[in-house]
Design a protein around this ligand. Sequence first.
Ligand code: HEM
Length: 147
Amino acid sequence: MTRWIHLLAGLLATLTIATFFSVSLFSELFGAKETIATVKALIVMPGLFLLIPAVAATGISGVMLSKSRQGRLVAAKKKRMPFIAANGVLILVPCAIFLNRWAAAGTFDTTFYLVQGLEFLAGATNLGLMGLNIRDGLKMSGRFRKS
Ligand code: HEM
């Protein structure tokens, strides 16, 4: 059960960040200002209300699973988790909230794009770290092992 929760929450958290990233990028490259504002609003609600519980559930279930597992792969995953959480809480969440406020007010100035750049950087970092955690997790669970 814990393993399923971990698998589903981990995949949901990763997919949510990948969706925020790509939809923001496409709307800012090709969309009208109203489209960008809609995207930014959806990222905050319901986006963050999916992402935050999914990351928390992944971390908690991961720690529970790691009680019965040891080794290099678990240690590497444990080391990455604080960076993923801090990146989310200290950068991604505040960026999403500020970008939504500014986009709703029609303020697309240099600060907006600087903060957007920071959000892309933090998002890409988390996607990379989460991708590594998925890879190591699947190695440990043996899901891809040939029978
Ligand atoms: C965002 C962070 C994380 C993601 C995306 C993630 C993803 C995954 C995935 C996809 C699996 C494979 C599950 C399966 O095939 O059933 C897995 C397994 C596992 N994960 Fe994570 N994980 C994360 C964080 C953590 C953390 C922080 C820990 C430990 C503290 C952890 C410990 C484990 C363990 C022990 C397994 C193997 C379970 C088993 O087969 O017994 N994970 N993880």
